[in-house]
Design a protein around this ligand. Structure first.
Ligand SMILES: Cc1cc2nc3c(=O)[nH]c(=O)nc-3n(C[C@H](O)[C@H](O)[C@H](O)COP(=O)(O)OP(=O)(O)OC[C@H]3O[C@@H](n4cnc5c(N)ncnc54)[C@H](O)[C@@H]3O)c2cc1C
Length: 402
């Protein structure tokens, strides 16, 4: 599990030095690494400590997002080792992921727009201010979170919630702009979990804005305590600020900013295959996309595919590109990059073509082709046919059936 160090000040303002707060191991893009991490997960410790930044969270999300392991096998593995049921916190959190995908399945790209009206009368900026982007707001918990994001591509759930609440409600940035930015830097960036969580914090996918304060940070992340800053207020005052306030701005005492890592809208230079009709002729082909990185069985040729228009629209950090392309190269015989809409026709000579269904825009439409045999993405819970508007509605239906 992550070791959590007290921040070392490097600038006299109490801000932690870059990379000093969390000593997180990297994520190796292999199934073996994911399974090794899964074996370390203890749902009892998770239930007791998961809210703390140094709690026993699983850190499985980069592997889950990219399909190295799936939720049914995680739940099976937990059940084989522990007495686990639907009351377990970990099962409940895994269910949130399936709920967000349920909503995505019904609403498609509408999840990228306000699901409910935003707070009336508040003006939100279309871009993030430099002090947030460079981790120099002067609020220790926010600056440490942004530094950690850039240094590792991973954040604990509480950090994500605090960051979203600060950015939207205190700094008055439109949730969509901030969600796109966070998505690009996360190793586990998932359009449904990310954008719907931002909407949940913003109040456009929940009944009220999500608020937090310095006492909450002191409880779950004492080393990042942020007393004396804009977040050091009582909840009624924060609610008033969220609904009627203006951009609180950065603190007067601020650390020096960090460099902002670039987000790349094209795959980093590397070898990509051309598709050769002779190579596919009469063969059973599997297409692996970035969310299905698991070696399929009983096929003759595995082609890793990167749909360039999706990536131009949702750029990724170099770290995430490396994670995905390295993982894909180990599983696929060749990796292809281009407009996926042209691919099924190029595979006409194949005996069969299979792929795992995905909801990611562009990939979803291109793979929905009669020549491609689509396998459903694995779920551990039922996917109710009728759209559920809230997690509790979803949970009531699926937990009953489990
Ligand atoms: C603003 C914001 C943005 C987020 N963006 C993403 C994202 O892009 N990708 C992503 O996978 N999760 C996202 N989450 C949800 C959650 O924060 C992460 O799944 C979790 O922190 C990943 O770390 P972990 O694997 O150690 O989680 P654990 O706490 O160990 O949970 C185990 C697994 O359960 C699932 N899970 C847990 N909590 C949630 C949740 N609240 N919502 C959905 N799934 C959950 C994840 O698959 C996670 O890997 C976001 C949450 C917020 C508040």
């Amino acid at each position: 599990m992550a070791r959590w160090h007290a921040p070392r000040s490097n600038d006299g303002n109490g801000a932690p030095a870059q990379g000093s707060v969390f000593d997180l191991p990297g994520w190796t893009p292999t199934r073996e690494a994911a399974l090794a991490q899964l074996r370390r997960v203890d749902p009892r410790a998770y239930g007791r400590t998961r809210n703390s930044l140094d709690g026993a969270v699983t850190r499985l999300s980069p592997w889950i997002t990219h399909g190295f392991i799936d939720l049914p096998e995680i739940v099976d593995s937990l059940r084989a080792r522990f007495r686990v049921n639907t009351d377990d916190k970990l099962v409940f959190e895994l269910a949130w992921r399936e709920f967000f995908h349920h909503v995505w399945g019904h609403q498609g790209e509408d999840i990228l727009r306000d699901i409910r009206a935003p707070l009336a009368g508040v003006e939100y900026a279309a871009t993030l201010p430099d002090d947030i982007l460079t981790a120099s707001t002067g609020v220790p918990v926010i600056d440490a979170t942004v530094r950690q994001l850039y240094a590792t591509g991973y954040l604990h759930n509480h950090q994500r919630m605090w960051l979203a609440s600060y950015v939207v409600h205190l700094r008055k940035v439109a949730w969509r702009a901030a969600a796109d930015w966070l998505y690009g830097h996360l190793l586990d960036g998932d359009l449904a979990s990310n954008h719907l969580s931002w909407q949940w914090c913003a109040g456009t996918f929940s009944s009220k804005p999500y608020l937090f304060n310095a006492d909450n940070v002191a409880r779950y992340a004492p080393a990042l305590a942020s007393q004396g800053t804009a977040i050091d207020a009582a909840y009624p005052a924060l609610d008033e600020l969220a609904r009627h306030g203006r951009d609180a701005g950065p603190e007067s005492q601020r650390p020096e900013g960090v460099e902002i890592p670039v987000l790349l809208g094209v795959a980093p230079a590397g070898e990509f295959a051309e598709l050769d009709a002779r190579a596919v002729n009469g063969r059973r082909i599997a297409l692996l996309h970035p969310w299905s990185l698991k070696r399929p069985k009983q096929v003759d040729l595995v082609i890793g595919v990167l749909h360039a228009p999706f990536h131009a629209r949702f750029p990724w950090s170099e770290r995430r590109w490396r994670f995905v392309i390295d993982g894909m190269r180990q599983l696929a015989d060749v990796v292809w990059c281009g407009d996926l809409a042209t691919l099924p026709a190029a595979l006409d000579a194949a005996d069969s073509v299979q792929a795992v269904a995905t909801l990611n825009p562009g990939y979803r439409e291109a793979l929905d082709d009669e020549r491609v045999e689509l396998v459903d993405a694995p779920r551990f819970l039922d996917d109710p046919a009728q759209p559920c508007r809230s997690f509790s509605q979803f949970w009531e239906q699926v937990a009953r059936a489990t």
